[in-house]
Design a protein around this ligand. Structure first.
Ligand code: HEM
Length: 411
């Protein structure tokens, strides 16, 4: 398929109007309920109904050990329900919704583009410049709203860079990437954007097959396993999955991290003074406010879990947020504490579908927050707007702060 000329398009660059891009998701969160703190309810669930048969027929799993068991046992708990939901926007091969052995083959191929060597190159060459460019827009001002001006926007831009999309295509790519990410809030827009992105990627993939470069799409066209390569539709599905999987989660996680720091000034000061704390601070932020609170599985057979009988075909909901606040594993689990000893958590899942982009996500968060601390000295909540806006982390399925109004010493 011929590539459409992106220069002929008239879409506004969302960078010019960050609110336009942010609003649909924000409204969707409003519809889904402004749930501030789901964690107290999880204490009771873990104790009384560790596997809860809900009124809508699903089985929600709360304790760490059981959630981990469900995620690892992919033969008993398959990903059919995710596949059904995602195929509409992701096409026929949504990695996260596939089961073995097809999943393993596809994952082995796409994972080749996420090597450690590539990550180091992405950090210095792609993530840092994107982050700096965003900070350039407000560093002189001495104040900013970090959700709308920073956290919501930089991960999509990073993905565009990683894919090696020409700068001139960004005005086409950005609104559609955001529409795919916002598909739950606005299905028609999301589905239309997904179709347009598929056609757009078709042109790019054909070009990279002819003239491979150093970008992720070229890596995907070159990856081989036992002499086999990825088909075009497999690549298109994977590229569209990267938007919600890679951009939305990282936007949420970075916002939650900043919220934790801004509301705990002693920890913010400690991190500012000692950057070697960064890796454990990132890990604690992702554990404390898990961006994706729940995921989904389907029982492939009748199974008994913690004494509860689950029939074949039933929806099973591993609650990652509850697992990450299990007091049998963490002391004072509901507190944000960057000084705690890091322990493996389940924010990135576990088992065969464990997040493919987790190292990239950690690196993006560390670079984004590290550069903010470097370039916005004395970064702190804006006292006037903090009181008026009442920023807080909210969401029943996905968690992110409503806003992050800050002040700092201008550059
Ligand atoms: C803090 C940010 C992130 C969080 C919390 C997160 C969380 C998760 C979780 C929980 C899963 C497993 C879902 C399941 O088993 O049902 C997953 C899978 C996945 N994630 Fe992430 N993710 C993040 C960032 C990223 C990034 C930056 C990328 C890539 C650019 C990415 C790509 C993927 C992919 C491709 C999968 C599917 C893997 C498979 O099915 O084999 N994620 N992620």
């Amino acid at each position: 398929m011929a590539r459409t000329d992106p220069m002929a398009r008239t879409d506004p660059d969302p960078a010019d109007d960050p609110y336009a891009a942010f609003d649909p998701m924000e409204q969707f969160q409003g519809v889904a309920g402004d749930l501030r703190d789901p964690y107290p309810a999880f204490w009771e669930k873990r104790d009384r109904t560790p596997v809860e048969h809900t009124a809508w027929g699903a089985y929600v799993v709360y304790p760490y050990e059981l959630v981990s068991q469900v995620l690892r046992d992919h033969t008993t708990f398959c990903s059919g329900s995710i596949r059904e939901l995602m195929s509409v926007v992701m096409g026929p091969y949504p990695l996260v919704g596939m089961d073995e052995p097809e999943h393993r083959r596809l994952r082995s191929l796409v994972a080749q583009a996420f090597r450690a060597k590539t990550l180091a190159h992405w950090d210095a060459e792609l993530v840092l410049p994107v982050v700096d460019e965003m900070i350039d827009r407000f560093a002189h001002r001495g104040r900013a709203e970090l959700v709308r001006e920073f956290t919501y926007r930089y991960p999509v831009q990073v993905i565009a860079e990683i894919l090696g999309l020409p700068r001139s295509d960004h005005p086409f790519f950005h609104p559609r990437a955001l529409a795919v990410t916002n598909v739950a809030a606005r299905p028609e827009e999301g589905i239309a954007a997904s179709r347009e992105l598929r056609d757009y990627f078709a042109g790019i993939v054909a070009e990279r097959r002819r003239r491979p470069g150093a970008d992720l799409i070229s890596e995907l066209t070159q990856a081989t396993l036992a002499g086999e390569r990825l088909g075009d539709e497999e690549i298109f599905s994977f590229l569209r999955l990267l938007l919600p999987a890679g951009a939305e989660t990282t936007y949420r996680a970075t916002g939650n991290f900043l919220y934790g720091l801004l509301t705990h000034p002693d920890q913010l000061a400690a991190l500012r003074a000692d950057r070697s704390l960064m890796p454990q601070a990132v890990e604690e932020a992702i554990r404390w406010e898990t961006p994706l609170l729940i995921t989904s599985r389907q029982a492939t057979r009748d199974v008994t879990l913690a004494g509860v009988e689950i029939p074949a075909g039933a929806d099973v909901v591993p609650n990652l947020g509850s697992a990450n606040h299990d007091p049998t594993r963490w002391e004072r689990p509901d507190e944000f504490d960057i000084f705690r000893e890091p322990r493996p958590h389940l924010a990135f899942g576990a088992g065969p579908h464990m997040c493919l982009g987790m190292h990239l996500a950690r690196m993006e968060m560390a670079t984004a927050v590290g550069r903010l601390l470097d370039r916005c000295p004395n970064l702190r909540p804006d006292p006037r707007r903090w009181e008026a806006d009442d920023p807080h982390i909210h969401g029943e399925r996905f968690r992110a702060p409503t806003s992050l109004p800050v002040v700092f010493d201008p550059a």
